[in-house]
Design a protein. Sequence first.
Length: 384
Amino acid sequence: MKTITNIEDAKGRKGHSQESLSAISLFSGAGGMDVGFRKAGFRIEWANDFDKAAVETYRRNIGDHITLGDVNEYIEGLAKFKGVDCLFGGPPCQGFSVAGKMALDDPRSQLVKSFMQAVEVVCPRCFVMENVKALGTLSKFKQVRDELRSYADQLGYQTELLMFNSRNFGVPQSRDRVFFVGFLASDRIDFDVRVKRYFRPEVSSLEAIRHLGPQGTDKNPKTCNAVVTIAERPVLRRSPYAGMMFNGLGRPLNPAAPCATLPASMGGNKTPIIDERQFFGNGQSWVEDYHAHLMDGGEPYGMHDTPDFVRRLTLEEARILHSFPLDYDFAGGKSAIYRQIGNAVPCGLAEAVAMTAVDVLHASELPEISSPQMNLDFSRKIAV
């Protein structure tokens, strides 16, 4: 199996210290960001989330230092961690997400301010806040961006707002995420330049999961019972992996590319679709053949004419496509686990961001980017 997240070779570069850095984790969920930050050398002293199943998952895999409950009830008490090296986390994004109502009055939209209140109390050497692409790019959220920048400026932080896609860091999933980062006593951060050191070749969905074999085998037990039914009025695009040929919001996986963003709403008919014969059989694609039939003017098949080998993504496949460790032990039922995976920051992306934060903290020299791939615009600094 091809390595999905391998940044180990970057550790030990000149400028990196082997000492453990301290950190606080907020909105920790199942621990996607925490896995990455631990790999980068951070020692997490306290964590928090309100999802009971996610907290149990975190305890099983990372540690008992996580607290269950509303983060706002614990912010004042975080003063005992004053001066830690990093405070990181991803406030719930549903209020900003294009998949949600995108409402500023959504209570979850206010949790980015709770994060900054924690920054004020803890006064870490740096902070890293993750959220959805819309928060960093849509004009309707400019006021939120301005308020975050102003808050950080008043606290003495030099900040940058950046957008990264997990596919560019060896994660077999295309997932755009915005990161708001701030550093004390730093004249220049150059985060978008430094992160290029951790670019990795793309890993396709086929490369990532083919070793599992068909669903129902020991390595890939069946987990999603939602059937794939054919849309009566399909919405076609040039690619068979876009549009809406099937009912529900799940799209077929393209074996030749990283998969599309895995949603937290997986578990039913929003779960991505996989053509099992294409991935684990002779490579022939029923999905592509059906798409060609429709593009040629053919009539849609009957609702239940989908073959059995076209089915929904399993939990094991979702875990790997999100770059969680192979032995990660999730708590809760199927729906809870799908939700935990979809809500998490891909571990490989988190590790690259964390390693870049270490570079800034240690004032490492800027990397020399010589490979043609490394010169591609895989990261973007967002003007605020």
